[in-house]
Design a protein around this ligand. Sequence first.
Ligand SMILES: [Zn+2]
Length: 245
Amino acid sequence: MTRQTRDLVDTLVLAHRILVNEGVLDAFGHASVRDPDRPDVFWLGRALPPSRLGASDVLAFDLDSSPLEKTDTAIYSERFIHSEIYRARPDVHAVCHHHAPSLMPFCVGQLELSAVSQTGAFLGSKVTLWDSTDEFGPTRMLIDDPRQAASLARALDTQSLVLMRGHGTVVVGRSIEDMVFKAVYACRDADAYRAAAAFGAASPLSPAEIALCGEPGVPAIQRGWEHWTATLATHGDTIKSERVR
Ligand SMILES: [Zn+2]
């Protein structure tokens, strides 16, 4: 493992801590990062609660979701989500699958998720809700085979986020820090939208406003990362903030 890869794995572990702290991950869910030197390899933890993950628990996988080194340890059955998205999206360098309560109402109800604020503009006018029954009929509501994962990657298309009916969410980023920003602010936007919709006053951003806001820039992502690592520190953690790549 190169020094750059080791740093990325450390950042991935930190991202799990942040995502737990921010209510995105709980006992379930996982995040990964593409290897910087081998685009057909990604790093993902073994099957642990995200809060328990350490750097030594992170394993390298190929794009068939097979571990590069033989292992007897339990690995996530839903790792195909990561491999099929990395296969379909060369621009994606980090992936997170989660079941955050902020987004679950949009996975089980009639309300469509739209961007309602500047920090959530990356969501666009309508987030796609992927329904596994369309192609696969009744399932166990787990993406534990590559065919379902490839279908999900097609539904994600060029977006940053896709919702999964009766299941959860996948969010992707150009970096770990970008993915964390989008994971957190998708939840914030969803919370605002639901709260406003409850009294009939939700007013999503217009397509023109969404286009003007664009993707989150590095300064915004850096500010978020500094805040979230500082918040971890106040909870007794000793992790230091790092510069966003
Ligand atoms: Zn899941």
